[in-house]
Write a protein that binds this ligand. Sequence first.
Ligand code: SF4
Length: 477
Amino acid sequence: MSKPKYHLVALGCQMNKSDAERLSAVLEKAGWKQTADEQTADLVGILACAVRQSAMDRIYGKLRKWQLEKAKRPLITLVSGCILEHDRKKLRDKFDIFLDIKKLDQLPEQLKLITQEQLIDLPSYFKITPKYQSSFQANVPISTGCNKFCTYCAVPYTRGRETSRPSKDIIQEVKQLIAHGYKEITLVGQNVNSYGLDLKSEIKFPQLLKTIDRIPGNYWLRFVTSHPYDMSDELIKEMGRSKHLTNYLHLPVQSGDDLMLKKMNRHYTIKHYRQLISKIRRVRPTIGLSTDIIVGFCGETAQQFTNTLKLVRDVKFDMAYLGQYSERHGTAASKLYADDISKKVKSKREKVLNSTLETTALAYNQQFTGKTIKVLIDSAKKNPFGYRLKGKNSEYKTVTITTNRDLTGQFVPVRITKALAWGLEGELEPMKLTKTEKRAQLAQKLKARRSSLADQVKRQPRRVKINKINVRYSGKK
Ligand code: SF4
């Protein structure tokens, strides 16, 4: 009998993507098989994101579609992820399975009620080995939940308080990934900087970073998301020392105005944020720096918006994820403040910020023109000229090249020919081989030469004298 199929949609942040990998692992253990085709799936699931209304609208859109599908064929629907109480009430009865992601081990029990499947024993959320969606990039969760209670955010209510994962489990997962040849590992959590603060005997984030960095191998390390309040001097020092950590930091600021930050309950001032940037640039002068900005938060005046614009110009962010504020029912902001900035004003402010960012991003990206940089290729599209490959450099810039072969999952040297505001274009440089690769190549040549000489001997046994092949590896790169 063929296995039943499942299809998952993960909305929002890296954390949801990581949760989807754990959810996949549980389903596969229960005998299900993944499919990319929603139409042929027997179970369809969505990992919700409560941060933006647009993400919730997508859930309702999917729900309508799946309900129509259910009328035609047997289909199990599942919802999990970040869902506010208000939406929980509405969604609970509309999906067959409503799953609290932290109680992932209870999924087989819920499935059994619908499918009469055999129950399987599962470890708790953090102990579940995920089904990685990539063979070279992996998100490794180090904590879940959040204690910060930003007034616009739903996470502390949907995911609960911050819970750190034991460091030995994190380190073991990272070691295994590196041993399996993974090239990029991203440590994920709602606020990675506060890792371990909830556990007395646990190491803290700078030590975790240091320990992971010591694991030998050819890999990049990233972490997301950081909170300026918990960005300690010790962490910045560690960032400066780390060998595997990429030259990139995402540090959400949300607004360039102190009063707005207070209304958002962000626990820092703009002066503090600027000082952090100076300290970070002291240890990593060319670091790629991105941020999140909420445009048109409750009561944002023209002057307060100008303060944000000034911060973007001064800091010279090379990327920012802009979001127009929209009220999320159940958050503190929805109870305390009116969403009183018109859509028109929000759109105008977003446009102004975007065009400023285009200038700062382009100025930053121009430093790469003419240089050869290391790129991890993460996607390939075949076209009449070969392959159009896309990847990221250490600074998290999208780099595009055209080649005659698919190099997905490999680090490659790229000479940058053009800098754009939102990416880089380049050409593949001849690849320098590592010592091991050179040795393997040499051994192969040697083997081929021996077998060709052996053939000659067979054909002319009396006339050919085989000299000892003495090829020595010089050891130079
Ligand atoms: S730090 Fe603020 S925005 Fe980020 S998850 Fe926590 S409450 Fe939400």
